[in-house]
Design a protein around this ligand. Structure first.
Ligand SMILES: Cc1cc2nc3c(=O)[nH]c(=O)nc-3n(C[C@H](O)[C@H](O)[C@H](O)COP(=O)(O)OP(=O)(O)OC[C@H]3O[C@@H](n4cnc5c(N)ncnc54)[C@H](O)[C@@H]3O)c2cc1C
Length: 483
């Protein structure tokens, strides 16, 4: 396709690959260079897991629905793209947890269920008196944590007891990461808590010291901690695509194989074409990276130790609104072993009022994860029926949705198990030694949230330019011409 190897090829057009392409283009053009960069995406559209659809006035997210406002990376990119005026902040409200077929408010003053302030938890009917006493014991804890990584579940059970973990913390964390907290890496998922536990004896005091100043959200309060865009998250990926003027974007172009060839890399595409490049950003899930680059499988495999889990979400539209138990809040989570299919449910019309017609309701429910992967493979109708049965029971829902949309995300939720950061370091070192110029980025490595993926993409772009500079590979000023 091109005679000279390209500066770089980015494989994968999700948010990681798009961020990498954007920052790569920017760094090269800032240096006065014409980037010889191609972005290859197997699907006919860019965005990966970010997928927004609009139907009958309902704005529906099939993958992520927002990003954390305070995490570095995402907001900077939004500013760089001039999209600040399109941002929408969620309406914060009371969230609930299902216990014994009843909804209990999640106590205020907790973060992911971990107490930052004790009093609201002590007043909550969610925990038994014994369970509360066990939590309070943490205030008188003697020992400091020492040593390296350990399972999140194990750490929290030791600090706060089993009761609060089973009834409150586990459902919240499983709702987010769709895995098993008994395997999650404390260092990878909660580096701040890991750090705090090394310096302070009581987890609750440490949390209060670090986060207690944050004003807790009250029911009905409009200011939340998540952001999306007026026309959905896809606005972000669409704007990046629009800005990638100096980068060749090849959609519907799956890469089938990558191999090293002399001093550079050779890529085979499914359609029989091929590309030569000096460097690559592999912005695809880790297992896909290992499959398409077999020579590097041994280097990538340490981070693939725990397979990703599968989930599905069901978005249901009710143009006339819903009745049943009035939820003055934004949704609920369900502990495992409760006998329900739903793991979490968001009242999207309350969380994101801009996303629905006036008076309408939009519910978004999750199923699957570590404990119920089989349901994800059932038919759309079976999944929707299981979800509706739960909603009838949990919130006395009486209405039938005018339409629903089921989206399956198979093997899509990376699981950072204990030792993840050490294994990641090993992988990155092995890649740098054996395959200089090839960079791994994305949710399989340095964080699953959108801000993490953006940061990963930006960092990979940065490292890649350094690599090209160190090897004097940035002297070409010709514009890429793809036939
Ligand atoms: C259901 C769900 C809900 C989520 N909710 C949130 C949320 O609310 N907030 C949040 O911050 N995060 C959320 N996340 C996490 C976040 O969405 C993902 O971690 C992030 O989108 C991953 O982006 P990525 O670019 O790394 O990967 P992907 O989006 O998976 O992109 C990888 C791309 O690579 C392409 N590809 C794969 N193989 C090849 C190949 N051989 N050749 C070419 N292209 C290839 C794929 O088609 C895909 O487009 C959620 C995730 C899921 C699954």
């Amino acid at each position: 396709m091109t005679e000279e190897p390209l500066h770089a090829v980015i494989i994968g057009g999700g948010i990681t690959g798009l961020s990498a392409a954007y920052y790569l283009q920017r760094r090269l053009t800032d240096k006065g260079l014409a980037p010889k960069v191609a972005l290859l995406e197997s699907e006919p559209r860019l965005g990966g897991k970010i997928k927004t659809t609009l139907r009958d006035g309902f704005l529906m997210e099939q993958g992520p629905d927002s990003f954390v406002a305070t995490k570095k990376g995402a907001y900077q990119l939004v500013q760089d793209l001039g999209l600040e005026d399109d941002l929408v902040r969620n309406h914060a409200g009371q969230a609930y947890i299902v216990q014994d077929r009843r909804l209990y408010p999640i106590p205020a003053g907790t973060m992911m269920g971990i107490p930052v302030r004790l009093w609201p938890l002590l007043k909550s009917p969610l925990l038994s008196p014994l369970g509360k006493m066990r939590v309070v014991q943490d205030l008188f804890s003697h020992g400091l944590e020492t040593g390296g990584d350990r399972p999140v579940g194990d750490f929290l059970r030791k600090r706060l007891g089993n009761h609060i973990v089973d009834r409150l913390i586990e459902p919240l964390l499983s709702g987010i990461y769709a895995g098993d907290i008994n395997h999650y890496s404390l260092q990878a998922l909660f580096p701040q808590i890991h750090q705090l536990s090394q310096n302070r004896r009581s987890l609750i005091r440490a949390m209060g010291h670090s986060y207690g100043h944050a004003k807790p959200a009250r029911a009905g309060e409009a200011r939340g901690q998540f952001l999306t865009f007026k026309t959905g998250l896809q606005s972000l990926t669409a704007r990046i695509e629009d800005r990638l003027k100096s980068c060749v974007i090849m959609k519907g172009s799956p890469v089938s194989a990558v191999r090293r060839q002399g001093g550079h890399y050779h890529l085979d595409l499914d359609d029989g074409r091929s590309l030569e490049t000096h460097s690559i950003i592999l912005a695809v899930p880790g297992s896909a990276a290992a499959d398409l680059f077999p020579d590097a499988r041994h280097a990538i495999s340490p981070v693939l130790l725990t397979p990703p889990t599968s989930v599905a979400n069901v978005v249901m539209a009710f143009p006339q609104g819903i009745t049943g138990i009035s939820l003055n809040g934004t949704g609920f989570v369900v502990p495992r072993g409760s006998g329900h299919a739903i793991t979490a449910c968001t009242w999207s019309h309350l969380k994101w009022p801009h996303a629905v017609p006036r008076g309408a309701a939009l519910l978004r429910c999750y199923i699957g994860g570590q404990n119920d992967a089989r349901l994800v493979d059932e038919s759309d109708a079976a999944i929707a029926e299981a979800v509706m049965a739960d909603l009838r029971q949990i919130v006395a829902l009486r209405e039938t949705p005018s339409f629903y949309q089921v989206t399956r995300w198979k093997h899509a939720m990376p699981q950072y198990s204990v030792g993840h950061l050490d294994r990641l370091e090993k992988t990155r070192k092995a890649m740098a030694m054996e395959f200089p110029g090839v960079f791994l980025a994305g949710a399989s490595y340095g964080g699953v949230g959108l801000p993490d993926c953006i940061r990963e993409g930006e960092q990979a772009a940065h490292d890649l330019v350094d690599h090209l500079e160190q090897r004097n590979l940035l002297d070409s000023r010709e514009v890429l011409n793809v036939d």
